[in-house]
Design a protein around this ligand. Structure first.
Ligand SMILES: [Zn+2]
Length: 152
């Protein structure tokens, strides 16, 4: 079996989010047959919704399309380490594998902070693969926040 990374699509979503003035994070969900069933970028500002992170929007969209609240066997690719809210949603959705790019020491909830998946209350933890496309993701974020600080 060959491994195909869908991180490039997630990075495109992150770039599109930056172009909308949103924090550049993108997510992709792939079903058991390897088809992309959802892709999204952050839209918290546009939707006036603090929960509109890329992962949440992708999970909602994939669940609606599948007519279920469980994405058993699905893979989720996201350009940045999920925050605790998204990690909990990934667990609730029963995502099988989580691929993420850059670490997020400030707001992450996987390797740092709440460490949602290793918490005793976590009922389902995906397999986790980190560091995929990490450099491209980190560069996008750095450029975005630098431009913000400089008022561009
Ligand atoms: Zn999040």
């Amino acid at each position: 079996m060959t491994f195909t990374s869908f991180m490039d699509i997630a990075l495109e979503e992150a770039k599109a989010a930056a172009a909308r003035g949103e924090v550049p994070v993108g997510a992709v969900i792939v079903d058991t047959s390897g088809q992309v069933v959802a892709q999204a970028g952050n839209r918290t500002r546009e939707l006036h919704d603090p929960t509109a992170h890329a992962e949440i929007l992708a999970i909602r969209s994939a669940c609606v399309a599948a007519g279920t609240d469980r994405l058993v066997g699905h893979d989720l690719y996201v350009t940045l380490e999920p925050c605790p809210m998204c990690a909990a949603a990934i667990s609730n959705a029963r995502i099988a594998r989580l691929y993420f790019g850059a670490d997020d020491p400030k707001s992450g909830g996987v390797g740092v902070g709440a460490k949602v998946f290793s918490h005793a209350q976590c009922h389902h933890a995906p397999e986790i693969y980190d560091g995929i496309g990490a450099q491209a993701s980190a560069t996008l974020l750095r450029t975005f926040f630098q431009a913000k600080r400089e008022g561009r």
